[in-house]
Design a protein around this ligand. Structure first.
Ligand SMILES: Nc1ncnc2c1ncn2[C@@H]1O[C@H](COP(=O)(O)OP(=O)(O)OP(=O)(O)O)[C@@H](O)[C@H]1O
Ligand SMILES: [Mg+2]
Length: 330
């Protein structure tokens, strides 16, 4: 099976500074995404995790062709996303749907649910012959009663509004859905519902799903694969269950152990994440995690670690990756 999405050495930059200083010195940039590579097949889910500011949203936007200063390669279903001609750009808009971080507030309060659901068709000049039937179909797809069509966003619960957002994203039958924090701000029980919905739809519609979330319970529940980002780079990626069972990168281990758990023993073994996230304007030498790593050694401060790949296809960048006992090897 060939990959639906293939991302290679993706870099996304933002200019920083401005003000008087920038008149006299060369323009400065941060690399919010700094050389990311991964693949995703149809029907599979990849979760993207990492602390705030690690570049998750920037990566998602770049993949969807919405980035501004982006280099590298993004191949989606045979299309070269970063070098698209006009008509292909429009097709990409249909085939890659993005559920934005602020999905609910982006539902215009003036429109009814019906109008909101038909908007994607309007934008793409693809209005269905029987719009009402289409609206009914979409509402049913996301488990909402068809009577919701006449409501306005403020008349919906958080979970219902999120379902409308999902329906809108699926309107034009995309092949890839990118969901940025799809459950943020929802009650825990509703989070589960929205997640199960996305998961069911992924299966039913053979969608590829890229989910960005801080909630590791979600990751464990829905994602076949997970990628852990730090300072714009993927420091570990692989099969979700295997990573939970045996994280190789100390940053992954720290993130996982910071996750609320009912297991008292696991709580005992938590690794504390010391220190602040470094500035993208002043990236640390060697391994960029060295200043916060509980297992740091001299080599880590000096030498950039290479990517290691295991037989099971796990990739990580660490000089002294953790073994099955959670202690560094080598
Ligand atoms: N439009 C922009 N202009 C300048 N810098 C930006 C812009 N958008 C993001 N950044 C910077 O890029 C870095 C990555 O931001 P991004 O929003 O991708 O992180 P994130 O992982 O999605 O964080 P969060 O979990 O808080 O949503 C941050 O340092 C951020 O300040
Ligand atoms: Mg974000």
């Amino acid at each position: 099976m060939t990959d639906l999405l293939s991302v290679r050495d993706l870099v996304s930059r933002f200019p920083v500074g401005g003000g008087l200083g920038s008149l006299f010195s060369a323009k400065q940039y941060i690399e919010a995404v700094a050389g990311v590579s991964f693949d995703l097949e149809a029907g599979q889910t990849l979760a993207l995790v990492g602390e705030s500011g690690s570049g998750k949203t920037t990566l998602a936007r770049a993949i969807a062709g919405l980035g501004e200063d982006v280099s590298g390669d993004v191949m989606f279903d045979g299309r070269d996303v970063l070098n698209l001609a006009g008509s292909d750009r429009k097709a990409l808009r249909r085939e890659v749907a993005m559920i934005f971080q602020d999905a609910v507030s982006s539902l215009s309060p003036r429109f009814t649910v019906r109008a909101l659901l038909l908007e994607p068709f309007q934008i793409h000049d693809m209005m269905p012959d029987d719009p009402d039937a289409e609206v009914d179909r979409m509402l049913s797809l996301v488990g909402l009663p068809v009577t919701m069509a006449d409501r306005r966003p403020h008349e919906l619960s958080g979970g219902q509004a999120r379902r409308v957002g999902v329906a809108r994203a699926l309107a034009l039958k995309p092949k890839l859905v990118i969901a940025d924090e799809p459950t943020a701000g929802l009650d825990v029980s509703v989070q589960g519902e929205v997640l199960n919905l996305l998961n069911d739809l992924r299966e039913k519609l053979d969608l590829a799903l890229l989910v960005i979330t801080h909630n590791l319970n979600i990751v464990r529940h829905v994602a076949d694969y997970m990628a852990i980002m730090y300072l714009g780079r993927v420091v570990e990626i692989g099969d979700t269950q295997r990573i939970f069972d045996e994280p190789r990168h100390p940053y992954t281990a720290a993130l996982l152990s910071a996750n609320p758990t009912t297991d008292a023993d696991a709580a005992e073994q938590r690794i504390r994440l010391e220190g602040e996230v470094p500035s993208l304007l002043d990236r640390p030498s060697g391994c960029e995690f060295h200043g916060r790593c509980p297992f740091v050694r001299d080599k880590c401060r000096e030498v950039v670690p290479e990517v290691s790949t295991t037989q099971a296809g796990r990739r990580f960048t660490c000089h002294f990756p953790l073994g099955p006992d959670g202690a560094p090897t080598g």
